[in-house]
Design a protein around this ligand. Structure first.
Ligand SMILES: NC(=O)c1ccc[n+]([C@@H]2O[C@H](COP(=O)([O-])OP(=O)(O)OC[C@H]3O[C@@H](n4cnc5c(N)ncnc54)[C@H](OP(=O)(O)O)[C@@H]3O)[C@@H](O)[C@H]2O)c1
Length: 270
């Protein structure tokens, strides 16, 4: 039997233009191996391996890719790796977190936000990023109420450099506030963690986009014995009509194919 793909399951990204695959590709592991909390150690794929992974993702119908300045070399590798394919991908990046010498630091100022987005455009070799999310340090409300990051992203959207903006946060209050002005919230939602459900409900009611991070609990869900944890995770997620896409970070082609087949199976049943 041929490998199922996601081409029949594209859905809106809130009220932003592009339709996205229900599974996106997370790219932490293409750029960073320090300060991560995965259950197993790993080696960052070389260019040939990364190119094959991206081709497989595209062939299986994935059109959404998530990166960030804080993911080590992820953005600067994706530029050349995706050269010639800009029209095939919906690109999500972030602002606010920098990671160097094994340490994170945060800057939500107007100057840094602008510099960061301009740098992402250069690194990604494009003149347009579909969606830019604030990479929160956990102080969600303070960032939204007291920093210039959101007004600066709104200006960059008006200038046509980004298609939309939103927030990848850690609290319900932050997620709700972020959706008042923003286009998208990226939330944690998985078998072990459902505290941000109210943010997903709000987005559904107001036509805003939800992306899910850590859909497999950063791989920890896959360690559970018994039921297929990947299937159980996607059944949980896609029960909710408001979730546009689950951004799953894998560098293993077999895992990628299994995840695509499982999402297709779950959505075909829904
Ligand atoms: N603050 C933020 O904005 C934020 C925070 C965290 C994550 N994110 C985004 O969300 C993405 C996903 O988050 P995440 O990487 O933390 O968690 P995740 O997608 O829940 O889990 C990724 C882990 O699960 C493993 N995995 C994937 N499919 C599998 C399968 N079928 N069987 C067994 N193991 C499997 C992967 O290992 P293999 O590589 O071996 O498959 C990887 O270690 C990130 O890449 C990033 O783009 C954003």
């Amino acid at each position: 039997m041929s490998q199922p793909t996601l081409h029949d399951f594209y859905r809106p990204l809130g009220n932003l233009g592009p339709k996205v695959s229900p599974l996106g590709l997370g790219t932490v592991k293409l750029g960073r191996d320090q300060g991560v909390k995965y259950p197993n150690g790993f080696r960052i794929p070389d260019d040939d391996e990364a190119r094959m992974l991206l081709k497989l993702a595209r062939d299986l119908g994935i059109n959404l890719i998530d990166t960030a300045p804080a993911y080590g070399r992820s953005e600067e590798r994706l530029g050349p790796l995706l050269r010639g394919q800009r029209g095939d991908w919906v690109i999500v990046s972030k602002v606010g977190e920098e990671f160097s010498d094994g340490q994170s630091r945060h800057d939500f100022s107007a100057a840094h936000t602008r510099l960061s987005v301009e740098r992402s455009l250069k690194r990604l070799e494009t003149d347009y990023i579909d969606l830019v999310l604030v990479h929160s340090d956990g102080n969600d409300l303070a960032i939204l109420n007291d920093s210039e990051v959101y007004p600066t992203l709104a200006a960059l959207k008006r200038e046509g450099k980004i298609g939309g903006f939103g927030f990848s946060g850690k609290t319900v209050e932050g997620g709700l506030k972020a959706l008042e002005q923003g286009d998208c919230a990226m939330v944690t939602y998985n078998l072990n963690e459902r505290s941000e459900t109210a943010v997903i409900d709000y987005a559904t009611e107001h036509g805003k986009a939800i992306l899910v991070k850590k859909a497999l609990a950063s791989g920890h869900a896959c360690l559970s014995p018994g039921v297929d944890p990947v299937q159980a995770s996607f059944e949980l997620l896609f029960e909710h009509p408001g979730i546009a896409s689950a951004i799953v970070g894998t560098i293993n082609p077999l895992h990628l194919a299994h995840n695509v087949a499982t999402v297709a199976k779950v959505l075909r049943k829904n």
